[in-house]
Design a protein around this ligand. Structure first.
Ligand code: ADP
Ligand code: MG
Length: 314
């Protein structure tokens, strides 16, 4: 059995070119660039709640970082450093080898250095803290939406929730759709480039981690406005039939998509489209911000009755 320190050395101590000092001392030392604000966020994955005991460790390594990178994206911040707190019931080398490969493959893709962490025995629990930077005053906050703004979303919604529903036997997907949706659930690609490209264009942003209606509701609440979403406009996988209640639930309230939902004034439509092209991701206009409170989902121009939509979102 590996000792704690041999484990850290073997699987997690890597060069940290963007840090003054990385793994191995009591603290890491970082030098934020001048004119930048630090953005910091933590997300935890707990066995039994966020993943199953037999989850593929490579994909877990990917996902625990991806969900944190998604928070950076939602602020328009560039991710730079991360720490990793790991509780594991046992130090299994094959598990750690795959997990760390999944983690570092994504870290390298986005130029993130792992600079520290903690490792302890316990029920499996994976907690990543991500640090990044954004030019002063230019972060994409939830409270910046203005009445009259368009509401946009990147990529597609509902795929991850469809895969989960299939896994839990609540609906059945054909093999091809299942493959695509499972990728969304197990290996989401955070929209970091899009977040950065939207600086100075979007008035507010959030990542869709808990479901569109709930998450756009956070923008509405923080901006003291009302969000109106049009069901027909929501970008969705071909397999998702919005006429089917379980599928519509996945589209409106399914979590784990890690797309960006953001607002921008109508005058910025061309700039938003250009940001999407620059980031290589589709961006779709799905509604508007208006005076009032809360979220309305419109189908054929009429609000969906609450019992048909909002009872899913409690
Ligand atoms: P301390 O006793 O100060 O908490 P530790 O002995 O826990 O330090 O950790 C030794 C070094 O290894 C520290 O630099 C810590 O940040 C790093 N570290 C521990 N666990 C991990 C991990 N899972 N991933 C990355 N770095 C880690
Ligand atoms: Mg420690």
């Amino acid at each position: 059995m590996l000792s704690e320190f041999a484990l850290i050395d073997r699987f997690f101590a890597r060069p940290a070119p963007h840090a003054l000092l990385g793994v191995g001392d009591d603290c890491a030392l970082l030098a934020p660039s001048s004119g930048m604000e630090l953005a910091i966020s933590t997300d935890m994955l707990v066995e039994g709640r966020h993943f199953l005991p037999d989850a593929d460790p490579f994909r877990l390594g990917h996902k625990c970082l991806a969900v944190n990178l998604s928070d950076m994206a939602a602020m328009g911040a560039a991710p730079r450093w991360a720490t990793l707190a790991l509780a594991l019931p046992e130090a299994r080398e094959d598990w750690l080898e795959s997990f760390s490969r999944g983690f570092f493959a994504l870290a390298e893709r986005f130029g993130v250095d792992l600079v520290g962490g903690d490792t302890t025995r316990g029920p499996r629990n994976i907690c990543v803290t991500i640090l990044g930077d954004v030019p002063s005053g230019r972060a994409l906050r939830r409270d910046g939406a203005r009445a009259g703004d368009d509401i946009w979303v990147s990529g597609e919604l509902g795929g991850a929730a469809l895969a989960l529903a299939h896994r839990e036997g609540r609906l059945i997907l054909d093999e091809q759709s299942l493959c695509a949706c499972r990728e969304r659930l197990d290996a989401p690609i955070p929209r970091v480039e899009l977040g950065v490209a939207l600086r100075g264009i979007a008035t507010s942003a959030i990542d869709v981690s808990d479901g569109l209606v709930g998450d756009v509701g956070h923008i509405a609440a923080r901006s003291c406005l009302r969000a109106e979403i049009e069901l027909e406009l929501l970008p969705r996988p071909a397999a998702l039939d919005p006429g089917d209640p379980a599928a519509r639930h996945a589209l409106l309230a399914g979590g784990d998509d890690y797309e960006l939902c953001f607002t921008a004034p109508p005058a910025a439509r061309e700039s938003v489209a250009a940001a999407g092209r620059e980031a290589g991701v589709a961006v779709t206009r799905i509604g508007r911000v208006a005076a009032g409170r809360g979220v309305a989902v419109l189908a054929d121009g009429r609000p969906l009755p609450p019992e048909k939509s909002f009872d899913h979102f409690g």
